[in-house]
Design a protein around this ligand. Structure first.
Ligand code: X2X
Length: 336
């Protein structure tokens, strides 16, 4: 064997090894995405769409696997952000409510009656307030990429129609694990109790709680009417945006092209999911009505009574969220 051919074989072997290792690392690059709700809901579908677009656009170099039902944090959705920050979870499509214990700025969206309609939500997420919120997330080792939407949260209960704060008097209401909700429902005279979504469903079934609040898509898909929630009040008291995000070390380990793929796919999946969620609202409400749920809509005076009853929540929380951020949001809502 000539020395040339030995060299050629050696070089070919090296090239082959390099190719193999590239193929291997491409296959090995699977990112986890955490969500609270499965793909039976728009929220889970948003994550699936993100994964699908990333896989397609990276030609299989990057795959993303969705882990729904907050399973990566054993059902405790308020630990999702910390788990993503520490790298236990690579990525998430998460609710602003569930991340607000670690990112106080996210409580902005939970301020009662700050955002009256979809245009108000878009003005805030798409403007200076949205940028401040993304910066707040980024300062905590998580890279936010895009917005999605769980939706306007409406109030349901098993006892009777709620058209005034007095109607909430003494009702046990399941709220999410963010202290602001405790304050809102206490201000309304209810008896709020914090629990995860996993625990909420049995609590509603057994009657351990009288009511809950969630967007129409959640009420509809989870068939909340079947666990005795026969009264629904449409009050648009807060909107629950979703955020697509990635752990910072994972982000930094990707090259520029893959970061762009991840970001653009998140933006596209988010826009797709927001449009779908909003389009479906009317048919979901019709389906809920058809199942015999009594739907209460508020007139202007009734709405104002709820606004006034929850003013103390603003006083208490605006300093924690940041005066400038709340002001930027208010201005965006005004100018919408
Ligand atoms: O727990 C809830 O109510 C849910 C599913 O809407 C959230 O994760 C915020």
């Amino acid at each position: 064997m000539s020395s040339t051919s030995v060299f050629t074989k050696f070089a070919a072997g090296l090239a082959g090894a390099a190719l193999l290792s590239a193929a291997f690392s491409a296959q090995a690059r699977e990112l986890s995405i955490s969500t609270v709700l499965s793909d039976a809901f728009p929220w889970g579908q948003a994550a699936e769409k993100w994964a699908e677009l990333v896989e397609e656009r990276s030609e299989g170099r990057l795959t993303m696997r969705v882990y729904p039902n907050a399973q990566l944090v054993a059902g405790d959705q308020t630990r999702e952000f910390s788990a993503m920050r520490s790298g236990l979870i690579d990525a998430a499509v998460g609710s602003t409510i569930n991340w607000s214990p670690q990112v106080p700025e996210l409580n902005l969206f939970s301020l009662p009656f700050l955002l009256p309609d979809e245009a108000a939500v878009d003005a805030v997420t798409g403007g200076a307030a949205g940028e401040t919120i993304f910066a707040a997330i980024e300062s905590r080792d998580v890279v936010p990429l895009a917005w999605g939407e769980n939706g306007f949260r409406q109030l349901s209960n098993s006892r009777g129609a709620i058209a005034a704060p007095e109607d909430l008097e003494g009702l046990k209401i399941r709220v999410v694990g963010s202290p602001l909700f405790q304050d809102t429902f206490s201000a309304l005279g209810a008896d709020p109790t914090q629990m995860s979504w996993t625990d909420a469903q049995p609590a509603l079934t057994t009657g351990a709680v009288d009511g809950q609040e969630n967007p129409l898509s959640v009420f509809d898909v989870a068939r909340i009417d079947q666990v005795g929630q026969e009264h629904l009040t449409l009050w648009n008291y807060m909107n629950d945006p979703l955020i697509f995000a990635v752990n910072r070390r994972v982000w930094e380990s990707l090259d520029e092209a893959d970061r762009e793929i991840l970001r653009e796919a998140a933006v596209d999946a988010g826009e797709w999911e927001i449009a779908m969620t909003r389009e479906q609202e009317a048919e979901r409400l019709a389906a809920i009505r058809e199942r015999g749920v009594e739907v209460t809509e508020l007139n202007e005076a009734q709405y104002q009574a709820f606004v006034e009853a929850t003013e103390s929540v603003h006083q208490e929380w605006v300093p924690q969220i940041g005066e400038a951020l709340v002001e930027a949001a208010r201005q965006a809502v005004e100018a919408r």
